[in-house]
Design a protein around this ligand. Structure first.
Ligand code: SF4
Ligand code: SF4
Length: 305
């Protein structure tokens, strides 16, 4: 069995990338399963998705604790303890990171496996697709290449999954072209197959009853959301060109997180420590005074070190 774990931010397409990989494996004749996990569904929040495929029936379910391959859609997740990207990672794990940083820069910051590939998939999507957010087709293609699936299955899987999301045929074609480039520029990895199964089986344990208060999202103290600095979730930040702003307050009204304040000149002031980069303000601004600029990697979380 091959086990692949995807980590991304809400809106990047980690779930769809996992589906593309699972579908490609299925179309290649494997037994396949894929499933995502995310808590409160918020753009920018850490999400994970899991794909398993095998020639034999797969008995394992749920999260993948010891993946053969980890695909990271945003390098800042490596630094986010709540995302748990490094869980189960060791020297036998194959790691792919979407980042504009170099492999050495990432290694200087964290202890990472020998088999590690870094590629700026977001930059490629931006340049070639004019797409800021969803990079699912490109990530799915890279993952499929790493685990040795044929392009034809990947092509069919991308087409099928993007059609299901009502993506138009011309956009699917563009995604296929760029996904093929990503696929070709990666090489199959040397996988330690069966590793995840062996370790997981050894680690099986009997579930114990836990009261609902333990497994249920709840607010345990008042007024503490300010302590969670969601600025680290951003891959793009809203930037104001004040000369274009007409002071309409629409950005203020639409920001779902209430992190825009208006100053005395009726111009927005963004609290970047808590702006999660959803880009709703950018979409809603009628004068294009707010624009999305790619976040410099090594931003909020990394420079804090
Ligand atoms: S300021 Fe803009 S990008 Fe940031 S959270 Fe609010 S709407 Fe989203
Ligand atoms: S929506 Fe645009 S024009 Fe209106 S206040 Fe915000 S930045 Fe200015």
């Amino acid at each position: 069995m091959v086990a692949v774990r995807f980590h991304g931010r809400g809106g990047q397409g980690a779930k769809t990338a996992s589906r593309i990989l699972g579908t490609a494996a299925f179309l290649s004749g494997y037994v396949a399963q894929d499933s995502p996990i995310y808590g409160a569904e918020r753009r920018g929040a850490p999400v994970a998705a899991f794909t398993r495929f095998s020639r034999e029936p797969i008995r394992e379910r749920g999260a993948i604790t010891y993946p053969d391959v980890i695909v990271v859609a945003d390098a800042s997740l490596l630094d986010d303890a709540t995302a748990r990207v490094v869980d189960g990672m060791d020297d036998q794990t194959v790691l792919f990171v979407n980042s504009s940083l170099s492999t050495d820069a990432l290694r200087a910051h964290l202890s990472l496996p020998e088999q590690m590939t870094v590629r700026d998939v977001t930059g490629i999507a931006l340049q070639q697709l004019g797409q800021r957010e969803a990079i699912s087709a490109l990530l799915g293609a890279v993952a499929a290449r790493l685990v040795g699936l044929e392009w034809e299955s990947v092509r069919l899987a991308i087409t099928r999954e993007l059609q299901d999301l009502a993506v138009t045929a011309p956009v699917i074609e563009k995604n296929l072209t760029v996904a093929k480039q990503c696929y070709d520029s990666s090489g199959p990895a040397s996988l330690h197959k069966g590793r995840s199964q062996a370790i997981s089986v050894a680690a099986l344990h009997r579930p114990i009853y836990e009261p609902p208060t333990k497994g249920t999202a709840r607010i345990s103290a008042a007024g503490n959301s300010v302590l969670r600095e969601t600025g680290g979730w951003r891959t793009f930040r809203p930037v104001l060109f004040a000369d274009k702003c007409n002071g309409c307050w629409l950005c203020f009204a639409y920001c779902p997180d209430g992190v825009i304040a208006m100053n005395q000149e009726d111009r927005p002031v963004v609290d970047y420590a808590h702006c999660k980069g959803c880009q709703i303000c950018v979409h809603e601004c009628p004068t294009h005074a707010l624009v999305a600029e790619r976040e410099a990697e090594g931003g909020v979380a990394w420079t804090a070190k």
